[in-house]
Design a protein around this ligand. Sequence first.
Ligand code: ADE
Ligand code: ZN
Length: 328
Amino acid sequence: MKKLPKIELHLHLEGGAPPAFIRGLARDKKLDISGIFNEDGSYRFTDFWNFLKVYEAACTTLQNPEDFRRLTLAVLEESAASGVIYSETFLSPDFCGGRDLGAWREYLLAIREAADEAERSMGITLRGVVTCIRHFGPEKARETALCAAETAGDFITGFGIAGDEKVGAPKDYLWSFDCAREAGLRLTAHAGEWGGPDSVRAAIRDLGVERIGHGVRAIEDLALVDEIAERGVVLEVCPGSNVALGIYPTFRAHPIGQLYDRGVKVTVSTDDPPFFHTTMAREYDMLNRAFDWDEGVFATIARTSLDAAFCDADTKAKLARKLEAADA
Ligand code: ADE
Ligand code: ZN
């Protein structure tokens, strides 16, 4: 499974930070965040809401563009080792200079420097999707959207929303999504992870997104599943994340198989891989075992993911050639 070329559309950059990397930064800066780690060094959290707190505590160690340059390299190294050839990664101005546009530009420069280096040395391509954080509220989301709009282009290709789905409603963030849309950014939103089918409906209807982060709980309403399939809305499914956070007990019980069989455009991603003890290669392995998915299914998923990627046509053509070479 490691060798199959993979396209990943849903990875939070800070969520990809290996715990040892965060511990190293904490040591250098004399920050005591020992409470967020287990004795074996892994991240410690009890549920999704505690995970968000641990995530934000880990982010306090990421304090300057150089930290993000190194983080980006570390994350891309892991992804490339799993066979990922293209990664569309969520970037958060909240954690990159507190949504100040000047600071954000500097962080972005450092992230792009790492991306260029990774492309040269590992053959992996990175693009960014700026995300606002729902539980930080609509006001901060507007500042985030302005950062996204001002830096939209060949590298920043999209805008999205992550964080606690139980806070507020998608329509509270409409100004931000309209701002991003007007700047030419493509749109995605986390929904149907902690919210039910109505949360997915609201994200599609009220924000006009073309992709949904997770979206798996649409399975609780088959009319919605059929609507998603008909409209061609793409789901960024992260099975290992959903199992680790307890939404489903096992891969076998995860609805990705049913969604795929019903004609939904499903893609596969890791979300926050070290937090959930996963990698893209492991996701593929677990799906192979749970649903007997073979290389043909994974080739279809890679193609769906490439079609749904927010990057430009030239980048897609280059990636398509890599997928075709592997198929041959
Ligand atoms: N931020 C990082 N991981 C997340 C997830 N799984 N859901 C919502 N927000 C997140
Ligand atoms: Zn996510």
